[in-house]
Every structure is written in structure tokens, then in C-alpha cells.
Design a binder for this molecule. Structure first.
Ligand code: TYD
Length: 215
């Protein structure tokens, strides 16, 4: 006897984190394509951004220097809320896997740890904004900051963060490694100094192992 269509299994939520020039957007594209090729619909998205309101906030945030770190954390969190409500949650509920280039760990690393706001305000904002949503898997792309900055400059899209000094980039790297070490069940560090194909192979292996399913 038929009871109508079964609800789709909830999609999985994968986030990519790391400093500038680590190759997050390249990997996000390749992962989404690999999932789709395996028959699993997947959506690639990014932060700040990923929905019309969030993209507008991105323009505001990256368009000027000198935000107070708490104000900046509130801006990226407002963008994240829009992204969550209008893009991420509807996709997951429809059974689509979501691959996001950055998510809440970036606020902890950039505003919380590197800009000195501290962890508590970032965690409080996440608590307020995310309705308990957490990534199923976070891949931290780790690369020595000099190489990351050279890559970012080489592709000609240096943003105002890329121009920060070496100590800032070192703090970002440390912050992501600390976040990954604190949550080994959710996070995996990948050596992103390797060629993109090698990083993709490691990422797909991690997906197969930790999120059994299509890929
Ligand atoms: P983007 O050009 O997308 O940089 P990248 O290629 O390194 O991801 O710009 C996003 C910038 O915004 C990046 O420098 C990190 C910063 N950012 C924060 O400071 N806090 C956040 O919560 C997020 C999501 C991004």
C-alpha cells in the first residue's frame, strides 16, 4: 500500500574553512560537482553571502575598513541568519547537500580570535542566530600564510583582509587549527599546500568516511 512520497532524507551540511588563498572556493566547486556526478544534488554557497540579503551585507562589510570587531561580528551573523533561513535550511530540508565556503568558524577565527573580540560574543551570536544548526563536517584547509597570500594576490582578488600583516594571517591559521583540535568529530584539517586534485581526493575520502552516502 502506498503512503505517498517519502520525505527526502535531510541533506548534509559541509563547510570549508581556512585563511586566504587556501583554495576553499576551488574545492567547494569541485566537491559540489563530484556530489552531483554521484547523483546527489548539491548546492555550493559562500559566506558572507549566499542569499540576496546576505550578499548585500557582504558588500557593506567588505566595502570599508575599520569596523568595530563586535559590529563586524554582528554584521556577518546577520548575513549568516539570512543565508540560513533563505538558502541553507530550505536546501537541507529538500535533501540537497550544502557546501559552504566559510561559515560560523570564520567569525570565531577572524573577529573572535584574530581581531581580539574573544570567543564568548561569537558563540553568543551563533547561539542566537543559528537555531542549533551545525555543520555535519567542516574541512579546514591549512596552508602556510605566505603561500596563501601569494595565491590570493596571484589571482588578483586581494581583499582588505589579504592585505593584513603576516602576524594577522598567522593568528588566523592558529585559530582554525585550534577550532579543529577542539572539535575533532566535526572538523578535519587538510594540507592545502598540495595541488587541488590531491586536496579534492582527501576531501572526498573524508566525506565517504564521515558522511556515508552518495559520493
Ligand atoms: P572573500 O573574498 O570571500 O575571502 P576568501 O577568499 O578568503 O574567503 O572575503 C571574505 C572575507 O570575510 C575573508 O577575508 C574573511 C572575512 N570573514 C570574516 O571576517 N568573518 C566571517 O564570519 C566571515 C564568514 C568572513
Amino acid at each position: 500500500m502506498s503512503h505517498g512520497p517519502q520525505p527526502a532524507a535531510r541533506g548534509r551540511f559541509v563547510t570549508l574553512e581556512g585563511g586566504e588563498g587556501a583554495g576553499k572556493s576551488t574545492l567547494a566547486r569541485a566537491l559540489a560537482a563530484a556530489l552531483a556526478a554521484a547523483g546527489q544534488p548539491a548546492l555550493r554557497t559562500r559566506e558572507p553571502g549566499g542569499s540576496p540579503g546576505a550578499e548585500a551585507i557582504r558588500g557593506l562589510m567588505l566595502g570599508r575598513d575599520g569596523w568595530d570587531p563586535l559590529a563586524e561580528a554582528m554584521l556577518v551573523t546577520a548575513a549568516r541568519r539570512e543565508h540560513l533561513v533563505h538558502t541553507i535550511r530550505p536546501a537541507l530540508e529538500a535533501g540537497i547537500w550544502v557546501v559552504s565556503d566559510r561559515f560560523a568558524d570564520s567569525t570565531l577565527a577572524y573577529q573572535g580570535l584574530a581581531q581580539g573580540l574573544g570567543e564568548a560574543p561569537c558563540r553568543a551570536l551563533a547561539e542566537l542566530a543559528l537555531d542549533g544548526l551545525r555543520p555535519d563536517l567542516t574541512l579546514v584547509l591549512d596552508v602556510e600564510p605566505g603561500l596563501g597570500t601569494a595565491r590570493a594576490l596571484g589571482r588578483g582578488d586581494a581583499n582588505r583582509f589579504d592585505a593584513r600583516d603576516a602576524a594577522f594571517h598567522a593568528r588566523i591559521r592558529r585559530a582554525f587549527l585550534d577550532i579543529a583540535a577542539a572539535e575533532p568529530g566535526r572538523c578535519l584539517v587538510l594540507d592545502a599546500a598540495r595541488p587541488p586534485e590531491a586536496v579534492l581526493a582527501s576531501a572526498l575520502a573524508a566525506l565517504r568516511e564521515r558522511l556515508p552516502g552518495p559520493a
